[in-house]
Design a protein around this ligand. Sequence first.
Ligand code: BGC
Length: 393
Amino acid sequence: MNVLKREVFRLVIISLTFFMVQCKSRQAINKDILKQHLSTEVTIEKVPYGMTPNGDKINSYKLKNKNGMEVGIITLGGIITDLIVPNKEGISENVVIGFNSLEEYLKPNPYVGAIIGRYGNRIANGKFSIDGNEYQLTLNRPPHSLHGGEYGFNRVVWKENEVKSGAVASLKLSYLSKDMEEGYPGNLQVFVTYTLTQENQLEVFYEATTDKKTVVNLTQHSYFNLSGDFSKTILDHEITLNSDKIVAINDNGIPTGKLEDLTHTPFDFRTPKTLGKDIEVKNEQLKRGNGYDHCWVLNNAEKGKTVTATAYDKTSGRLMEITTYEPGIQLYTGNFLKGNLPMREEGFYEHRTGFCFETQHYPDSPNQKDFPTTVLRPGENYKTKTTFKFSIK
Ligand code: BGC
């Protein structure tokens, strides 16, 4: 009997010990899952950035993922101040032109990092008509209008509309552009959402509605240098553009109306080619743009899915891939950078030390019947998205 009791007691003890060990390891597993969960979070942090001379408070948002990628955005102009991306050694560096203070961003500059609107790119003579009504825009690049006029969306203060973190982090900015602002008709309510994913993608999602027929063409004006070394030009970046035609321009950067076949021209990037390879070739279009400053007509078979443009920097190994819902992309090779914009630490951004990939509708579309329309009507929702994906090759 005693033996039986002892045996039962022994079994109970063994079962209890086994149960406790199980619980402990389950707790450990849960802790691990929690840790993993925390590290898979893309975080977002808000920091005050300063005040404009009008007394508007500007905030800075930092979106960070677990791979060492970071995006800094300020509420002035929705400007991307920092885009920090790892290189092939895992070292994270800034790959966009930026300044080190709000004061610098408030000074006139060539749209560094900003949201561009109401109309990205040029409108000839700053004029267009809708339903027989002629509109005259501010001529900030006389005799034409560029990037929304004198006080485009790059210079206004955006409101923080929504901030999210978790599997992705996003910042939704909003701006109400009043009827006739810079000469554009209609109250235009705009939203731009920046999202950083764990897969090193930066998504820019644009939305707009209007109460009067107007034109809209929003884009983003970051200057990239994937080497992370802004003392170097971007001329050895290898580019691909899934495009057979460019929007030909006149001496003033205004479309002639012709979409020119780029076969056997310096504009052919259908197979990888460095920006520097043909940039100095004798070519009328290159001369008119002072280098590349043209809109490529995209072969965008599956909008938002097909990679339409890539940029690769061999030394750092960084590859940037672009997908978009837009029909065109302006490739601008920093032809007007001339060493008068201060770098973050010391020195100045010299000629061609950054390039822009501005996804958009074609320039001057409001005056070109054969180009895809940029008209937005009351009741319609303008929605478009561009994704910049970073990886190592
Ligand atoms: C335009 C250039 C212009 C630059 C900065 C680019 O988007 O295409 O012509 O010089 O912006 O203003």
